[in-house]
Design a protein around this ligand. Sequence first.
Ligand SMILES: Cc1ncc(COP(=O)(O)O)c(C=O)c1O
Length: 437
Amino acid sequence: MTSVWPQDTGRNAAGEVTIEGVSVASIVQEYGSPVYVYSETTLRTAMRAWKQAMSDRLPGSRVVYAGKAYLCTSVATMLLEEGLGLDCVSDGELFVGLNAGMKPEMLSLHGNNKGRNELELALEAGIGKIIVDNFDEIDLLAELIDELNEEISAPMTVLLRLNPGVDVHTHKKISTGLADSKFGLPIADGQAERAVIRLLQVPGLHLAGYHAHVGSQLFDADAHTAAIADMIGFAAEMKAKHGVDLEMFSPGGGFGIGYLDVDTPIDPAHWVGLLGDAIEAACKLHGLPIPIVVIEPGRAIAGPAGVALYTVGSRKELPGIRTYVSVDGGMADNIRPALYDASYTAVIANRVAEEPLETVTIAGKYCESGDLLIENIDLPSPQPGDLLAVPAAGAYCLAMASNYNMSLKPAVVMVHRGESRLIRRRESFADLIRLDV
Ligand SMILES: Cc1ncc(COP(=O)(O)O)c(C=O)c1O
């Protein structure tokens, strides 16, 4: 199988897709459909590859997985075992990390509107760092530090999120470093400097450096390189004007993965080399020592490890228009095609050796015309009962899943060296009314 599939994906004598030696048909038989399958080897290999690349190129650096891509207790436990940190954007994500036994210092908290409860949890738990986004947040932090005085031991390390105003070659909805963005403070109009001055006035906060995340699903480092140059220039100015040392620096995540066979993702060592070159060049230019560099890959770790499995339920042929093939999942477990025209490939997983015979559109089962998972894909005439396997479904699918139409969120299964285990059970009807009062 090609590079969009997890490591060790193949096919058995019955013509079924296998992942780490486990047939996907047997997974559906045991755990039901739809179901998401993660390859443990692929997950761990990606975690190790990013960590190794960083420690080889930028000693002392850190890899902090962006939990928004996909988080559950199993993934958090794996991060703990592999020595990666967890980048959280909510108290819920902090909770999952802490509950799995991750050390608080391995967690960081992002967000453009962090609530009082979220900052309180971060301060009380003593997490590694908070990435400060705006002036109201600084005021709230100052207030909370005052209030929680007794309960907080060390100063809280903060990075200031900058908006470098760079253009990014990706979908508008996953561009975050444009001048018109809800994230971070612009350098250009002086707001970032005002935030630095304000942060220095808050006792209990330690401004260690700067952060920016320019966008997601990137296949080149142009935006990162431009942002790094601007941010380190800004850091040098803040050092000269306000005496702030650049101890820590984060260019975020955003490293693209293959969804289609034509995609050309950059491997971790190459990415880190490009980031390292840009950081070293900028630090040299401004006479700054190389800071601790923190990267936040999400998609690049979880994405390639996950495969969504659906069962075909019906066909509808509209002569001269298209043939719809409907599956038992869709936008409730994967909103990406409807949200930002994301493209996927797929195979008929129980007849994988067969030649494509027709062009069809894979429709989800939910009550929206826009619930189309894949438009115009060539497949070997999908029939009711066939299994459809969609690769590269490990990131931002289940993480964005909903109960639309009172659907039950799918089960999640981890496969490893010929074995499968349930890591998250399918929701039940009881789950649907559990919170109703
Ligand atoms: C601050 C921050 N860091 C990291 C990420 C992870 O991005 P990706 O999954 O593309 O690596 C995101 C994604 O939105 C983000 O906003």
